[in-house]
Design a protein around this ligand. Structure first.
Ligand code: PGA
Length: 255
């Protein structure tokens, strides 16, 4: 069976109003709704999740969240649980994004969130990636450990609920040191698949691996074609419906 390309837009803390968020989502849906070879997921700020969910029609473009808390309910002022997100129709949740890790999220906390996501029946998009690349390849070990710690306790039968996004921190956002090349991403996508195979054997092949970090309309096809990834996690470029539409269309054309 042919797997659709999975293209996830991480809107971060944009846009500033619900009105703009609805307009962007509607514009993206126009393109995404036509593409048969792409599964599009938009992860808006939490407060827009249920409103944008109302604009969803069909399955080609769905809603996810950028973060959540692992307990299903309780005295956790200011937090929203994965179970709550699932109850308002979010189908994906990003866990362990480097911007969350930079705010203090540990591998242990990320593991709890992964387990909670799987339990809630939501698809967990686990982000991993190194801050820098060193000539001795210590970063490869670092990424392997991030994966092992985050997936601790996840059972084979739950693997279809896991997606892994490789996002090298040095290639993310407008302060990116330089963009990653498809070869950089290929090296790590192979490492991720090997790590997953060590952990779970051939059952691990259901886990989709994505690339993220300065993806735009010009380089998206190259990552998809050359890096052995099944999709992309897109930040800035997902906020521009035209640019994101180009990314989605190039993904749709790749066989
Ligand atoms: P970027 O962000 O595409 O703006 O580099 C990617 C991400 O942080 O998920």
């Amino acid at each position: 069976m042919k797997t659709k390309k999975l293209i996830i837009g991480n809107w971060k803390m944009y846009p500033a109003s619900l009105k703009d968020a609805k307009a962007k989502f509607t514009a993206i849906k126009k393109t995404a709704g036509k593409l048969v070879n792409v599964q599009t997921v938009i992860c808006p700020p939490l407060v827009y999740v249920s409103e944008l969910k109302k604009l969803v029609s069909g399955h080609r473009v769905v809603i996810g969240a950028q973060n959540a808390w692992f307990e299903s309910e309780g005295a956790f002022t200011g937090e929203v649980s994965i179970a709550m997100l699932a109850s308002v129709g979010a189908q994906y949740v990003i866990v362990g994004h480097s911007e969350r890790r930079a705010m203090g999220e540990s591998d242990e906390l990320i593991n709890k969130k992964v387990l909670a996501g799987v339990k809630a029946g939501i698809i967990v998009v686990l982000c991993v990636g190194e801050r820098d690349r060193d000539p001795d390849g210590v970063y490869l070990k670092f990424i392997t450990e991030q994966i092992k710690e985050a997936l601790h306790g996840v059972q084979k039968k739950e693997l279809k609920k896991i997606v892994i996004a490789y996002e090298p921190i040095w290639a993310i956002g407008k302060n990116a040191i330089h963009p990653s090349s498809p070869d950089d991403a290929l090296e790590v996508s192979i490492l991720i698949k090997r790590t997953l195979a060590d952990l779970y054997g051939k059952d691990s092949s259901v886990i989709q691996v994505l690339y993220g970090g300065s993806v735009d309309a010009k380089n998206a096809w190259e990552f998809l074609l050359k890096s052995q990834v099944n999709g992309l996690l897109v930040g800035r470029a997902s906020l521009d419906a035209k640019v994101f539409g180009e990314i989605l269309k190039s993904a749709d054309q790749i066989k």
